[in-house]
Design a protein around this ligand. Structure first.
Ligand code: WTA
Length: 650
């Protein structure tokens, strides 16, 4: 296993603020331990009970059917996910704000539950009118505008399977994903705003659609009003369709295991994985974890800053909060536009009480400084959260003091696209926090840190994070590839779920997640695959071979470093370096733009021809190359490292 920076394992626990605990859903560590023990003694009974958090059209007959590695949860139950997020709140909360949206230019839109319900019903009718049936796939490639929430819920309402592709991905990446899920419809926008600039989203979508014969219609939200090319017969304006649509759309019940969405994520090969989530188990666990981890109450104003293009946006912008009937804030743009205080301004304006963001954002705020925060009244905050990567204790403490004013608990939530919802986290009224640790598994979650034989490692030893038992919101498979699903998650350590993270467990049972053990790179919390970037690099005519690794980055967590061997006839140059960086950004998206490209005559390999990534990682991290040359000429460095690694292996 690669080496990880050991975390500060001797941090003193910080007890939950007393005032907070008094009113919390779970009030003490003892209460948490009781819940955990109860769930452990009879997991199915525990989850059957949590199943009551949602409304069923038909009650489930059996809680779990487990034919490893395939699970079915709430078997025989029937429900409608959009009904649970909308209809069931109408009687009591029809006039409560569901969505409070702020555009980058400062304009706002508020939708009550009744209004959101109506827009979802109309758009569900639009989709049905275009021939979308239960089980069909709807691809969504949109900015952070209210219509993206409507599109997700409308798909769910009619049993269509949505597949959201993050708006920052390139045409090629979008096309690959649409082709894999065979979407019939694409929902997109003319453009999007980013730091005051207009981005031509439809142009990118159109380029992707050239390669996507399954897509019959493209529904386009008019957001920027920029000029767009129009393909008659395929392209349709959202507002025109919505205007003509009927208001009524009955939420028909679907099977508990009916697919809800496919979300592509990066894995250990160049090909992204279509993580498949189904309806009931996913919704139950999102609803339950939102309530427990964010201690959600009726009068909370909740803001999760994630983009809906990622799993956090699915589970904790849309499904979890709306199923709980919460008021959510959604913001279209960048945190530093027009100034670096935009987030604090928003918190003040909407009186946000729960704020959930990424470790990268927190580190950026810390670097920008207090002068952006002090002028704003952020005293409405009562709970803070972080997700996506390990948060270093220094950033944690800054978050606690500067934003939380020492009175807001921080929930450091560990989970993955595959797990569907939060698995390991502080319970804010119960768990004493240790800065840098996601702390303890939630009730019902059998998380452990083990060696390759599946044996628990001793406190302070690094091992692999695994989950021993199935959980309701787990992925059901990789879309179209059961074999890869079984192999990647359930056979590395036989019989248990292999998360792909290295971790340590301390003497109090606290889990410290250290980072990935596979080729996944986390840049600003965005999940990318080194293999995917490598295959893009070698698709360039100048490149013979490429190896991609991560080096630590103070703000973004990790940054991408590419080692490239050129084909005969090509010489290293600054221009070629820039070209290759552009090539990666164009083929995948600007989030994948390398921080560095280094030329090397050859890549260090083992005798069997495997690229020695660990060695390159070390080289990228410690920057053992002299001068500011872009060429990795110092072969002595490689030789030394190769020797060190070979000695290590023998
Ligand atoms: C990492 C994001 C440490 C981890 C919801 C995991 C974390 C991967 C944390 C999943 C955390 C997420 N502490 N590491 N609190 N949360 N990670 O699929 O490496 O984008 O495997 O899901 O992010 O990333 P994904």
């Amino acid at each position: 296993m690669q080496e990880f920076d050991p975390h500060v394992l001797d941090e003193k626990p910080i007890p939950p603020p007393e005032e907070f605990s008094k009113k919390a859903h779970v009030k003490s560590l003892e209460e948490y331990r009781e819940l955990y023990a109860e769930a452990k003694a009879d997991p199915e009974a525990y989850w059957a009970e949590q199943g009551k958090l949602i409304e069923w059209a038909e009650a489930p007959k059996k809680t779990l059917e487990w034919n490893p590695p395939h699970a079915k949860w709430f078997v025989g139950g029937k429900l409608n996910v959009s009904y649970n997020c909308l209809d069931r709140h109408l009687e009591k909360n029809g006039n409560k704000p569901a969505l409070m949206w702020e555009a980058e230019d400062g304009s706002t839109l508020q939708l009550t539950y009744a209004e959101l319900f109506e827009r979802v019903c109309k758009f569900a009718n639009v989709l049905q009118g275009l021939g979308v049936k239960a089980g069909d796939c709807v691809a969504i490639y949109m900015p952070m505008i209210p219509e993206i929430a409507v599109a997700l819920l409308a798909s769910a309402r009619i049993g269509a399977v949505h597949s959201v592709v993050f708006g920052g991905f390139s045409a090629t990446a979008l096309a690959d994903r649409i082709a894999d899920c065979k979407a019939k419809i694409l929902v997109t926008a003319d453009g999007s705003f980013r730091r005051g600039k207009m981005l031509a989203l439809k142009d990118t979508a159109d380029a992707a659609l050239e390669k996507c014969p399954t897509v019959q219609k493209s529904i386009v939200v008019q957001r920027t009003k920029q000029e767009v090319k129009w393909k008659e017969g395929r392209d349709l304006w959202w507002h025109e369709l919505e205007e003509m649509a009927e208001k009524e759309c009955i939420a028909l019940p679907f099977d508990a295991e009916h697919p809800l969405y496919i979300l592509y994520t990066s894995g250990t090969t160049g090909k992204p994985k279509g993580v498949l989530h189904t309806s009931a188990g996913y919704l139950v666990q999102c609803t339950w974890s939102t309530r427990l981890v964010f201690d959600m109450k009726d009068d909370d104003v909740y803001w999760c800053t994630a983009d809906i293009g990622w799993v956090t946006g699915h589970s904790y912008v849309i499904y979890g909060p709306l199923s709980n009937g919460a008021s959510i804030v959604m913001y279209e743009g960048a945190p530093d536009f027009p100034r670096k205080d935009r987030f604090w301004e928003i918190i003040d304006r909407y009186k946000v009480s729960i704020f959930y963001s990424s470790a990268t954002a927190i580190r950026a705020f810390m670097a920008w400084g207090m002068e952006w925060i002090t002028p704003h009244d952020i005293s409405s905050l009562r709970l803070l959260g972080t997700v996506g990567e390990p948060i270093n204790p220094a950033a944690w403490k800054w978050y606690f003091e500067a934003i939380g004013k020492n009175r807001c608990p921080i929930v450091d939530t560990w989970w993955q696209t595959e797990t569907g919802s939060i698995m390991i986290s502080v319970l804010p009224g119960a768990t004493p926090a240790k800065p840098g640790s996601a702390t303890l598994p939630l009730p019902g979650i059998a998380a452990r840190v083990v060696n390759m034989k599946g044996e628990s490692v001793a406190p302070g030893e690094t091992g692999y994070l695994i989950i021993e038992r199935p959980w309701p919101s787990m992925l059901r498979t990789i879309y179209g590839d059961d074999e890869r699903y079984a192999k990647e998650y359930w056979t590395r350590i036989p019989g248990v779920y292999f998360a792909g993270d290295a971790a340590q467990c301390d003497k109090d049972g606290y889990i410290w997640v250290l980072g990935r053990v596979d080729d996944v790179i986390k840049v600003a919390g965005h999940r990318l695959s080194s293999m995917e970037i490598e295959s893009v690099l070698v698709s360039h005519p100048a490149v013979a071979e490429a190896a991609v690794v991560a080096r630590p980055d103070e703000i973004k967590g990790e940054a991408i470093v590419c080692f490239v061997a050129l084909r005969t006839g090509f010489e290293p140059s600054k221009e070629l370096r820039d070209t290759l960086m552009d090539h990666v950004a164009n083929m995948i998206g600007s989030i994948a733009r390398p921080a560095d490209v280094r030329f090397t005559p050859l890549l260090p390999k083992t005798r069997s021809g495997k690229i020695m990534r660990r060695l390159l990682r070390e080289l990228a991290t410690k920057g053992a190359v002299s001068g500011d040359t872009t060429t990795l000429e110092d072969m002595a460095v490689i030789e030394r490292l190769v020797k060190a690694q070979t000695d290590d292996e023998e």
